[in-house]
Design a protein around this ligand. Structure first.
Ligand SMILES: [Zn+2]
Ligand SMILES: [Zn+2]
Ligand SMILES: [Zn+2]
Length: 175
């Protein structure tokens, strides 16, 4: 995945909105920009806090309406299992199926293609006579960076930021 600048992502979104005959208002664009600048998945309330810096009168419905719009246009994904939102790295392909790999430590979300998995879900749905409308595949665990820090045994000499990492259990004999 090529890292794209916030400007470029918003310009792409604007272009798609024009093609679709919908309006990316200044407020919707601002919510998208705040999400792009946030490195991880973000909750609606954290988003509201950030939005209030530029729009002090913003209320929860302001954010939810903007999020609904961005979801409808498939510019963002909702992370169902922790009730947060993340920008889709390839929203120019609207009908892609993807799985979200969610880090339980830092809340980073990595999006991976899910074609193979999707077929399995479709198959199982059809066996049950179930009409599938949409499915979200979410997997929880540790991202590579967090896993490395958690496995680190040399906190005195390493260059990791161990502050925000909660160790599941301490090794016996260590302070
Ligand atoms: Zn996506
Ligand atoms: Zn992580
Ligand atoms: Zn370390």
């Amino acid at each position: 995945m090529q890292p794209r600048s916030a400007k470029k992502i918003i310009a792409d979104a604007e272009q798609l909105c024009i093609q679709r005959g919908v309006r990316l208002t200044a407020q919707r664009a601002e919510v998208l920009r705040l999400m792009i600048e946030h490195p991880h998945a973000i909750s609606a309330y954290d988003l509201l806090d950030k939005l209030r810096i530029s729009e002090p009168q913003a209320k929860p419905p302001t954010v939810y309406r903007a999020l609904d719009f961005l979801l409808e246009q498939a510019f963002i994904h909702r992370v169902e299992s922790n009730n947060s939102y993340v920008v889709c790295p390839h929203f120019d392909h609207p009908s892609h199926s993807s799985m979200l790999l969610i880090c339980d430590q830092c809340a980073s979300v990595t999006e991976r293609p899910a074609e193979g998995i999707e077929n399995g879900i479709k198959e199982q749905a059809s066996v049950s006579g179930f009409t599938l409308r949409h499915s979200i595949i979410e997997a929880h665990g540790l991202c590579q960076a967090c896993a490395t820090i958690l496995q680190c045994d040399d906190q005195e000499h390493c260059h990791h930021d161990h502050k925000n990492i909660t160790e599941p259990k301490r090794k016996p004999g260590r302070a």
